[in-house]
Design a protein around this ligand. Structure first.
Ligand code: ADP
Ligand code: MG
Length: 234
């Protein structure tokens, strides 16, 4: 996607800025009037004011914004891990009410299971979904190769650097071939050089597979490099 095709808008004073020049339809991710207020013992914590936008199928959509503005909250609601306080989220026209199978999620920390090998960690979604292991094992190995982890399949997570663990967690999110990738500051803990390499790798994967990607980042260069469209939260 050329730089000219990218759009990014901020709205001073607003907690959120809505970007919705995507074609509204039943496919993709539709967010309408979605807000979140956490109810805690110390009272209500308003975290996200009502938000409307649409992410098209196959789009690389990036959310940038300062820490605490509700980015992770938004991603958890889209994944179905957290219910919104108001509004509605539709994925391919179907309302999200619980975690759905067609997404891969990458969190800021790799969150690998310490007792499983790298390969077994990547295979976790396959085991949990009871999909045929024989069919997905070659894919898991291929993904590890793609991110430069060939030869590390049988290592345990502590034997890998932070960047390598994060690359394994990206393979885990891709192994069941989800249609949608939700990524919450996935490269935040990586050194600058590894981060640039991962950006290029992620762009290649998205172009080749046509996946819909929602990526959260602090990094404006990363957003500009990767995004078809950028949502700026303030
Ligand atoms: P970001 O990812 O943009 O840094 P978050 O979505 O994590 O922001 O948090 C947005 C706001 O919601 C913050 O003020 C944070 O303190 C609050 N918050 C996040 N999670 C919880 C929670 N489980 N309970 C109460 N407040 C929360
Ligand atoms: Mg966050």
């Amino acid at each position: 996607m050329s730089a000219a095709a990218k759009s990014a808008v901020t709205q001073p004073g607003a907690h959120l800025r809505v970007v919705s020049d995507g074609a509204a339809g039943t496919s993709g991710i539709a967010i309408s009037g979605v807000s979140k207020t956490y109810r805690t013992r110390d009272g209500d914590v308003p975290s996200l004011k009502p938000l409307d936008f649409h992410i098209n199928d196959g789009e690389f959509f990036v959310v940038v914004g300062p820490s605490g503005c509700g980015k992770s909250t938004l991603l958890k609601m889209i994944s179905g891990l957290l219910p919104p306080s108001s509004g509605e989220i539709l994925v391919d026209g179907k309302q999200v009410t619980e975690p759905h199978g067609n997404v891969g999620i990458v969190f800021q920390n790799a969150l690998l299971l310490p007792w499983r090998t790298v390969l077994a960690n990547v295979m976790l979604p396959i085991d949990m979904k009871r999909l045929p292991r024989d069919k997905y094992l070659p894919r898991a190995r291929e993904l590890l190769k793609t991110v430069g982890l060939a030869g590390f399949e049988n290592k345990l997570p502590w034997q890998l650097s932070g960047g390598m663990q994060q690359r394994a967690s990206i393979c885990r999110a891709l192994v069941h071939d989800p249609k949608i990738m939700l990524m919450d500051e996935p490269f935040g803990a990586l050194d600058a050089m590894t981060r640039e390499k991962m950006n290029v790798e992620l762009q290649r994967i998205q172009r080749e597979t046509g996946k819909t990607v929602l990526l959260i980042t602090h990094s404006i260069p990363e957003a500009v490099f990767l995004a078809d469209r950028i949502l700026v939260m303030t």
